[in-house]
Design a protein around this ligand. Structure first.
Ligand SMILES: [Zn+2]
Length: 246
């Protein structure tokens, strides 16, 4: 790699301490114009990669072709407005959902929540949407999720299906996005979620989040049971009467 290229890119990279043995290499911001309904909104986009503690930014750039990064997914964050300084900022920790986000599957509400959270952040004037790559199927991976879906077609709910495959209900870790969040903003945030446990978990990991902002919608015959399970078994707040449990 040419020296000029390395110099230019190194200035757009930050090493953030993740734990005793790893850093996160955060890259950005990249200007990302996004079509949201009838408007084009420009977000600042960052990606990150866990690296070993002794690796420099230059090492990382020089070893890129050998890393085969397309073989696994990286997480990223869309930032809007003056995220560092604004008094009021909304954040969303969005777990990747191949079927919901990409295909528009109605078996869950992820695709709807992704777009809705982006709109809420823009409307708020400042915020960040974290798109977390290793969270597919609550952390069981896409292949296992398809197996869980087959079990759900036989009548098991989301939690039962994951358990039947010998996975715990929820394997998701928020350690990496939280480190990135704390690097991008030190002030308090509000978390877009229906899950008070998620808010508590983030608070326990050091995020200064004061409240959760609910996000419901796109309830249909295809995802009604999925949403009911979220309320019954995962502690989500039932804010829509269609999914109130009797
Ligand atoms: Zn989904």
């Amino acid at each position: 790699m040419q020296k000029e290229v390395i110099n230019l890119l190194q200035n757009k990279m930050e090493l953030i301490q993740l734990n005793d043995s790893n850093n996160l290499c955060l890259v950005g911001p990249v200007r990302l114009p996004v079509q949201l309904d009838d408007k084009v909104i420009t977000f600042q986009w960052y990606t990150w990669l866990p690296v070993e503690k002794n690796q420099t930014k230059k090492d990382l750039l020089e070893m890129l072709p050998a890393l085969k990064l397309a073989d696994y997914q990286q997480s990223s964050v869309l930032v809007y407005g003056d995220f560092k300084e604004a008094d009021d900022a909304l954040i969303r920790m969005h777990s990747i959902c191949h079927t919901g986000d990409i295909f528009g599957s109605k078996r869950c509400d992820c695709g709807f929540q992704l777009r809705e959270a982006m709109k809420m952040i823009v409307e708020n004037g400042s915020g960040a949407l974290f798109y977390i790559a290793n969270h597919e199927g609550r952390g069981i991976g896409l292949f296992s999720k398809s197996l869980a879906y087959l079990l759900q077609q036989e009548g098991l709910d989301t939690v039962e299906a994951n358990n039947a495959l010998d996975f715990p209900d929820d394997l998701r870790s928020y350690e990496e996005p939280i480190k990135v969040l704390q690097f991008l903003r030190e002030k308090q945030v509000k978390l877009i979620t229906n899950n008070p446990k998620k808010l508590e978990a983030l608070q326990a990991l050091g995020v200064t989040a004061k409240e959760n902002v609910p996000i419901w919608g796109d309830i249909s015959e295809y995802n009604e049971n999925y949403l009911k399970t979220k309320v019954q078994k995962s502690g989500h707040i039932p804010v829509n009467e269609k999914i109130v449990i009797i």
